[in-house]
Design a protein around this ligand. Structure first.
Ligand code: 0RQ
Length: 504
């Protein structure tokens, strides 16, 4: 039996994944650990999916409601979705099978801000949580839990669930001990107190997660790796977008609006944020800090180069090579990285206090600066709002970054009116595509539109957008935010009908 379970009483609870899955029943609500493909339980979901499939084969109903930190992996979302086992799910997801079950109507999906997901569970809006299923790297002799590569909503689910199932994963480095900072001060109103973080490196909690032993229903031993998808090589458009963003930061420093080492950085995941981190690596900036959701490869490079002093997040999102490096060197990285509950990594109060500067991806923006991050053509869910809203509304500077077109140029990322709004024109401050940058701060709608069209739209779509805007300006009775309502979604309907937003 694994030396990683040092508590004698808890060692008695070790069982197979199948036996643990047998504890779960139709209609149960389960809070799973896991955030952006790291720190999620590796085997219980598969055993549960098998049990669900067997029930379905007997003609019995069996679905569970799934709560997570954020996206997980094929072994969790994928396997449960593929047997139609998820009745309802929240918050962020990005698994192809899960996405297709949401979009074909099999599963309900409640897409809420990551900072609010745990809070709403504590407030009881989702009802009773039957099980928390989390991953640990080690259980101490006192029964305390050392978490793995993500913290996410683990503490919320263990606090609120009736029973807890722990997977102890020997693939994860036991040197992760000391990297986590589990804050426990989550009173509900009117008893809330300020969260005492004034610097990204502040530690305010405990390195262990405490779980009452009588709640622990099962312990499963595992040794599987996190999902860890490799990053694509940085393409030209991402490099251009990163260049515009870094020049903009430089401009802000010269204007005296942000310090020379910038302010704590937040970046979404993906190709463009990775290009930004690569740009920072090759800049002469030093003593950078980060207050963000996920630690990506580029941040590890910045730490190795001595340029990033500290990064605070809730999870890793690393490629396989970098996950290996983390496992080998966690004792070094834990002096530079803090993993916190997502209630804290994404907390509006802290983001606002620290003056975080954020950059997130988008699906589309409209000519006035409203942003859609989640719905393709207004109806098809892509991933979810994730932490983009937590950071965008509360950041000191918040940017949206995207190529100016999608699907080989058939779709313009700049449209007359977004087909779904996640971030209103009041929230986002800067829009950047490979065509250029539109700094919207302080601008009224009629000052924004020409700037977004000229600076950010692809040349193939620029004349069409200008034509729309000029006619709206002329024909619309009200001149504050001129629109032609009968035409505003014609770009989307044209794409749905003809396969392109372009006119003949
Ligand atoms: O689809 O792979 O099928 O071709 O969307 O697009 O350009 O690779 O960009 O990976 O950065 O994702 C908004 C989805 C962008 C992401 C979104 C299609 C495109 C492709 C991906 P294919 P790209 P990215 C921190 C912050 C919300 C959460 C967030 C996201 C796919 O950034 O989920 O910010 N954001 N979290 O073809 C139709 C358009 C499109 C489009 C792109 N206008 N119309 N399809 N696509 N634009 C992380 C967390 O919170 C955990």
């Amino acid at each position: 039996m694994s030396e990683r379970i040092a508590n004698a009483a808890l060692r008695q609870k070790v069982m197979s994944a199948d036996d643990a899955a047998a504890l779960i029943h139709d209609g149960d609500q389960i809070g799973f650990g896991g955030f952006t493909g790291s720190g999620y339980p590796k085997v219980l979901p598969g055993a549960l999916a098998k049990r669900i499939q067997e029930s379905h084969d007997r003609g019995e109903k069996f679905t569970v409601n799934v709560f997570t930190g954020a996206s997980t992996a094929p072994e969790l979302d994928g396997t449960l979705a593929s047997v139609d086992g998820i009745g309802w799910r929240m918050p962020y997801q990005s698994d192809p099978q899960m996405r297709s079950k949401i979009n074909d109507g099999t599963s309900f999906y409640t897409d809420i801000h990551l900072s609010q997901s745990g809070m709403m569970v504590r407030q009881g809006f989702f009802g009773k949580v039957d099980f928390a299923v989390i991953e640990a790297t080690r259980i101490t002799a006192d029964g305390d839990v050392v978490l793995t590569s993500s913290v996410g909503n683990n503490a919320v689910y263990c606090d609120t669930a009736e029973k807890v199932i722990i997977e102890v994963n020997s693939w994860q480095s036991d040197d992760l001990e000391g990297m986590h900072d589990i804050y426990g001060g989550f009173a509900l109103p009117p008893n809330r107190v300020p969260i005492p973080i004034t610097h990204p490196g502040d530690r305010i909690g405990d390195k262990f997660l405490h779980i009452p032993q009588d709640k622990v229903a099962a312990i499963i031993e595992t040794d599987g790796p996190d999902r860890n998808t490799p990053f694509k090589p940085i393409d030209d458009d991402s490099r251009k977008i990163a260049g515009f963003l870094l020049d903009f930061y430089d401009h802000e420093v010269k204007q005296g609006r942000i310090p020379k080492n910038l302010l704590p950085l937040q970046s979404g995941v993906g190709n463009i944020p990775n290009a930004v981190l690569d740009g920072l690596l090759h800049s002469d900036l030093e003593h950078l800090t980060s207050y963000t959701e996920v630690i990506q490869d580029g941040m590890i490079d910045l730490i190795d180069a001595g340029k990033l002093d500290v990064a605070s997040a809730t999870a890793f999102s690393l490629s396989p090579d970098y996950a290996h490096k983390m496992n080998e060197n966690a004792a070094f990285y834990r002096d530079h990285i803090i993993l916190r509950p997502q209630e804290i990594s994404n907390h509006p109060e802290v983001i606002r206090r620290l003056g975080v500067i954020g950059a997130n991806g988008m699906i589309e923006a409209d000519i006035y600066g409203n942003v859609n991050s989640t719905h393709v053509m207004g109806s098809r869910m892509m991933n979810g709002i994730g932490g983009s809203g937590d950071f965008t509304r509360n950041a000191y500077i918040s940017a949206f970054v995207s190529p100016s077109t999608a699907k080989g140029g058939a779709i313009s990322a700049i449209v007359p009116m977004v087909s779904h709004v996640d971030h209103t024109e009041h929230d986002g401050m800067v829009i950047i595509t490979e065509q250029g940058i539109a700094d919207l701060r302080g601008l009224a709608p009629r000052q924004r539109a020409p700037k977004i069209i000229e600076n950010c739209a692809h040349p193939d779509y620029r004349p069409m957008l200008l034509d729309y805007y000029e006619r709206a300006l002329h024909d619309c009775k009200f001149k504050h935010t001129p629109h032609l309502l009968g035409e505003a979604y014609s770009w989307h309907t044209r794409f749905l009908e003809t396969g392109t937003m372009k006119k003949d």
